[in-house]
Write a protein that binds this ligand. Structure first.
Ligand code: CS2
Ligand code: MG
Length: 411
């Protein structure tokens, strides 16, 4: 079965998405997510100018060989652009193979290892009152695990807070906003000492209000030094978090040793990683508890399964990245992989917007706090080309941080 056509489809219903659509000489099509939030067009060019010409005429059945050809054949290895492009080809080929076998992809990966996938959503609030309302809203939506992000007194705008405005009482879901549409990125402010003083009290309040059972997660979003991360992890131990995410920039993998020495709060790292080499030390030294990568940013189902199989040797579980900048195709791929592997941990699930769900027809289910990819052949997502055409690309950037003295800081 040969690949006869490859289209790179850019659409921006609620936010920008990049989707690769492959067509074979047997008329079977496959989709892959290639969305890299804030740098989408770089992946479009990588695919259109360098990868697509290599795909036409290739055997669509050869998923592993195609992965190795695109990874080793490029000479220049790793990085978010390359691995998002390879991921989209990989996902599309798994989609095609599933359709050809008339099976959902999770069956090709070994079948279901569980009934459904525990998922978490993002509750947030500038104040404790707003935060509690957001937690209640997420519980009403069926979530059985919830991420808690809070405003910090004295800081004007920080990551992860859905702005609740009078005309949008449900809150302008911040996750549509991180890549704010506009010609230039937004500047946000940050102060670590204010944050470290404030967060433990927020979790004490949440535990007092919602009890000890509810799995609570928190994202420090790469902003702390290793010792500040250790301090935060230790201060949160009384509140029994499910995980503390991205507690310190993990390019320096040794840094996690310092955090690990000081706290038993579970650690999740890796949403900005893109190959197993980024994880090698923190997995083999047991420095994390959850692998955060998304299928979309880690070379696809083929490579992320290898990362998670490696992690399983160290009792480390998956916690796949799933904000709205992972497209419904990327989310479907994560659900199929998560359902099949033994060491599934939790799936992030932000719920895409209405226009996105019109562009991408999906077959997954969300019941009683659990996701399931569905049993349609392949990944179970179809892209409505005409609908997608209504929403051309809109330049958008993720924000950046400056400290009070003007110094750039990790966002
Ligand atoms: C966040 C993301 O979901 C998360 O854990 O880290 O919202 C992240 O900020 C965006 O995906 C960046 O594109
Ligand atoms: Mg995160």
């Amino acid at each position: 079965m040969k690949i006869t056509n490859a289209e790179v489809i850019v659409t921006s219903p609620d936010r920008n998405f990049v989707t690769l659509k492959l067509t074979t000489d047997e008329g079977i099509t496959g989709l892959g997510d290639a969305t890299l939030n804030g740098r989408e067009l770089s992946v479009v060019a990588y695919l259109k100018d360098h990868v697509v010409p290599l795909l036409i005429g290739r055997d669509a059945d050869k998923i592993e060989d195609t992965w190795q050809f695109l990874y080793r054949g490029a000479y220049w290895r790793r990085g978010p652009v390359t691995m998002a492009a390879i991921a989209s080809v990989d996902m599309a080929l798994w989609d095609i193979k599933g359709k050809k076998a008339d099976m959902p992809v999770y069956q090709l990966l070994g079948g279901a290892s569980r009934d459904g996938l525990l998922a978490y959503g993002h509750a947030s609030g500038k104040t404790t009152e707003e935060l509690f309302e957001s937690v209640h809203r997420h519980l009403e939506l069926g979530y059985r695990a919830i991420r808690i992000q809070t405003g910090v007194p004295g800081l004007k705008s920080i990551y992860g807070i859905a702005s609740v405005t009078a005309d949008k009482p449900e809150g302008v879901r911040y996750d549509h906003e991180p890549a704010v549409r506009g010609d230039l990125p937004n500047e946000e402010d940050w102060d670590t000492r204010s944050y470290l003083r404030h967060v433990p009290g927020v979790f004490e309040a949440v535990r007092n209000e919602f009890g000890p059972e509810l799995p609570l997660l928190h994202d420090a979003h790469h902003r702390l030094t290793p010792m500040q991360a250790a301090k935060l992890g230790k201060s949160l131990e009384p509140y029994d978090l499910f995980w503390l995410e991205d507690c310190t920039p993990a390019e320096n993998q040794d840094a996690l040793r310092w955090v690990r020495h000081h706290t038993t709060t579970p650690l999740a790292i890796g949403e900005i990683f893109n190959t197993v080499w980024d994880y090698k030390q923190i997995i083999s030294e047991q420095l994390i508890d959850y692998v955060r990568s998304a299928v979309t940013h880690t070379g696809g189902i083929t490579h992320l399964k290898k990362v998670l199989d490696y992690a399983s040797l160290f009792q480390i579980k998956s916690g796949m990245h799933g904000p709205t900048d992972i497209s419904p195709v990327g989310m479907a791929a994560a659900m199929h992989l998560g359902l099949a592997i033994h060491n599934f941990g939790i799936q992030e699930y932000m719920m895409h917007g209405g226009r996105t769900n019109q562009v991408f027809q999906q077959s997954f289910t969300w019941n009683n706090g659990l996701l399931h990819p569905g049993d349609n052949p392949g990944l179970g997502v179809e892209l409505e080309t005409d609908e997608a055409g209504k929403y051309p690309y809109v330049r958008a950037y993720l924000p950046y941080n400056r400290l009070a003295d003007g110094t750039i800081h990790d966002w």
